[in-house]
Design a protein around this ligand. Sequence first.
Ligand SMILES: NC(=O)c1ccc[n+]([C@@H]2O[C@H](COP(=O)([O-])OP(=O)(O)OC[C@H]3O[C@@H](n4cnc5c(N)ncnc54)[C@H](OP(=O)(O)O)[C@@H]3O)[C@@H](O)[C@H]2O)c1
Length: 326
Amino acid sequence: MKVQDMDKCAPSSDWNVLYWVLGTILMPVALPLALINIWQRFQAQKFRNQLPGKVVLITGASSGLGESLAHVFYRAGCRVILAARRTQELERVKKDLLALDVDPAYPPTVLSLDLAELNSIPEFVTRVLAVYNQVDILINNGGISVRSDVASTAVDVDLKVMVVNYFGSVALTKALLPSMVKRGSGHICFISSVQGKFAIPQRAAYSASKHALQAFADSLRAEVANKNINVSCVSPGYIRTQLSLNALTGSGSSYGKMDEATAKGMSPDKLAERILQCILRKEPDIIVSDVQAKIAYYLRHLCPSLYFWIMAKRALKLEKAEKKST
Ligand SMILES: NC(=O)c1ccc[n+]([C@@H]2O[C@H](COP(=O)([O-])OP(=O)(O)OC[C@H]3O[C@@H](n4cnc5c(N)ncnc54)[C@H](OP(=O)(O)O)[C@@H]3O)[C@@H](O)[C@H]2O)c1
């Protein structure tokens, strides 16, 4: 090899600068993060072996993400309790679970629950505790969405969304918490949304309910940290489920349409598996979304003016599209 060729192979000063940046600035951050990640994976494996027999209460288990969560926890050997309003759909989910070849297999329990009926929740928890006398993991997943701008949304609709998505989960958590505190263990998981981290036009009630859920989870996490009770808040982006079909309009009627973004959303089965990992790793707060939602999240917090400008443009676009379609 000639001396000139050897010069070409030698690292340039640009590369040296890059290595210096990586070594001096990034490594002290990246290395501990990598070690924490390895530790969490190790712990997750340890807890996965302890999953069989755990009692898992899943709200909104009659469709979508809740149904996928039922499959994931049942396959992991858990004793699942499925709750929602449509008990015939819960029975269908139960039948599907019983058809799986799983060992150990505990027959799923179906219980009717209307999160909007706050006064019925203590009685619901009595029925839950009568089954196994305990709940190890509570997944607050049941929820509804809305498709309407603030001006055209009846206050009753704002209230309904807030009651189902926020107060329903709060009431259920409060009713179950004493039994977890008494046993000195438990995990409470809230299914929020990226819209619990930043709000978009035509979703005010939904975003507000998920922001409230996030705040409740953050306060609760701190309060129960010394009681061996873990709290996770999961904020997914769009998921391929019936959420938009079941959403309410501003007048409270059914929206009944499959949104393009929802139809192209992530698989509920994959998300359910990620949520299982989140619970095993005791992760307090995770965002599971595409890059676009992550950018929106950082913009909202690091560059709010730009975020507000983009959202104003989006609101105008939605308004024009709506006028065109009517
Ligand atoms: N799909 C998305 O793009 C998306 C994105 C981020 C977060 N999420 C969240 O994921 C969770 C699950 O929604 P999904 O996407 O799976 O939609 P979904 O298919 O419409 O499921 C919603 C579930 O909530 C239950 N539910 C609704 N109202 C209820 C009530 N009053 N009482 C008890 N249960 C009730 C429904 O059961 P019944 O009708 O049988 O009661 C159903 O099982 C929700 O909290 C949602 O906000 C969804």
